[in-house]
Design a protein around this ligand. Structure first.
Ligand code: NAD
Ligand code: UD1
Length: 336
């Protein structure tokens, strides 16, 4: 079975490539290297002890996608990660996000072999601000908090259109909560090109001494300790959810199918609790201060996870301590 992984050299994609190979799949990677280094390819090859097929191309350019699918006509499944994902940058330059994220999706759907099972990287950001927790898949979508979030909502709409269109289309859209951590080898992990916006890479960079202090964005929320609550999911759990999703799509007889799954742990953790868990798990101290709220942040978001268990037979296994330990291991190895 040959699986196309778009954005396969990025943070989540690289971990899924590894899991796919370990589960016996052949993998073809597409990436334009806009948010990763080509060195990830050699690290993956080292981990699997064999060569990978890699095509450097930009999915938002129609002709490049057309030529790719002419060259590789025998693809059995697609996992589509490739997208720009910086919330802050999307607010400053929304058109760049609509162009890249929507056109990449449209071009793949236009040129991929029809009926190829398709797994899409969505996000809990599609729900917007939600008052009732945990968030279920049937929670109506609010207003997206950013152009990035809007592109995820629109990509789901494009898939729905295709599902109701003239072609057969089988897809699962996975709405990730907060992916964290790294592969146990410490060879691959989250390696943002710029100053990290997300909590974990910022925190580990402070602890290792690359940055001075972590600012907690607000301690006056209506939560147990005043800091925001999120659902942090280990990257290896997330990788497994993709394998289970593909296998489910291979198994089902329906030629036309679409569904949406929350991928999280179901456990809400505050920023202060996360820092305490990190310190306990690693024995390292986190230098932090309390700052102002970050505009656009929501107070609480954690997943109702029953649907993923029921449909694809997946649930998270790793603890938060283990996820944070793996993130720290990865940060330490980055100094090697
Ligand atoms: P990432 O930036 O590490 O990986 C995305 C990869 O796609 C990068 O390697 C980038 O170079 C590539 N890419 C971007 N545009 C491309 C294009 N036009 N053509 C070819 N390659 C292109 O991000 P990630 O954290 O691995 O996220 C993967 C997916 O999961 C994204 O769709 C993201 O929106 C989604 N997601 C991520 C998170 C998170 O917290 N990391 C949360 C929810 C959803
Ligand atoms: C971010 C994105 C969201 C995306 C999600 C998963 C924003 C506004 N939203 O959400 O669209 O789906 O990642 O990738 O960026 N925090 C601090 N100090 C920091 C960094 C973060 O206190 O330096 C806090 C935040 O206030 C938040 C928590 O840590 O409560 C997690 O933040 P982050 O990692 O940025 O993820 P989200 O805000 O959940």
């Amino acid at each position: 079975m040959k699986i196309l992984v778009t954005g396969g050299l990025g943070y989540i994609g690289s971990h899924v490539v590894l899991s796919l190979v370990n589960n016996g799949y052949k993998v073809i990677i597409i990436d334009n290297l806009s948010n990763c280094g080509v060195s990830v390819l050699s690290k993956l090859e080292k981990l699997i002890n064999s060569k990978l097929i890699f095509e450097k191309l930009d999915l938002s350019i129609k002709n490049q996608v057309k030529l790719f699918f002419e060259k590789y006509s025998n693809i059995n499944g697609i996992i589509h990660f490739a997208a720009l994902k910086s919330v802050g940058e999307s607010v400053i330059n929304p058109l760049k996000y609509f162009d890249n994220n929507l056109n990449s999706m449209l071009n793949i759907i236009e040129y991929m072999p029809k009926e190829t099972p398709f797994v899409f990287s969505s996000s809990c950001t599609v729900y917007g601000t939600v008052n009732k927790q945990p968030i279920t898949e049937s929670t109506p979508h609010g207003i997206a908090e950013s152009p990035y979030g809007k592109t995820k909502q629109l990509c789901e709409k494009i898939m729905e259109k295709e599902f109701h269109g003239i072609n057969n289309f089988k897809a699962l859209s996975l709405r990730y909560f907060n992916p964290v951590g790294a592969h146990s080898s410490g060879l691959i992990g989250e390696n943002p090109k710029n100053i990290p916006e997300n909590l974990i890479p910022y925190l580990t960079q402070v602890v290792i001494g690359k940055r001075d202090v972590l600012t907690i964005y607000g301690d006056d929320y209506d939560t147990k300790d005043g800091t925001c609550i999120r659902d942090y999911i280990h990257i290896m759990d997330l990788a497994e959810a993709h394998i289970k999703s593909l296998e489910y799509l291979f198994r089902i007889k329906d030629k036309n199918y679409i569904d949406y799954l929350n991928i999280g742990t179901g456990i809400g953790v505050s920023v202060l609790e996360l820092i305490q868990t990190f310190e306990k798990a690693t024995g390292m101290k986190v230098n932090y201060i309390i700052g102002k709220r970050r505009p656009g942040d929501i107070e609480k978001a954690y997943a109702e996870t029953k649907k993923a268990k029921k449909i694809i037979g997946w649930e998270s296994k790793y603890s938060l301590s283990s996820a944070l330990n793996s993130a720290w291991n990865w940060e330490k190895k980055s100094l090697d």
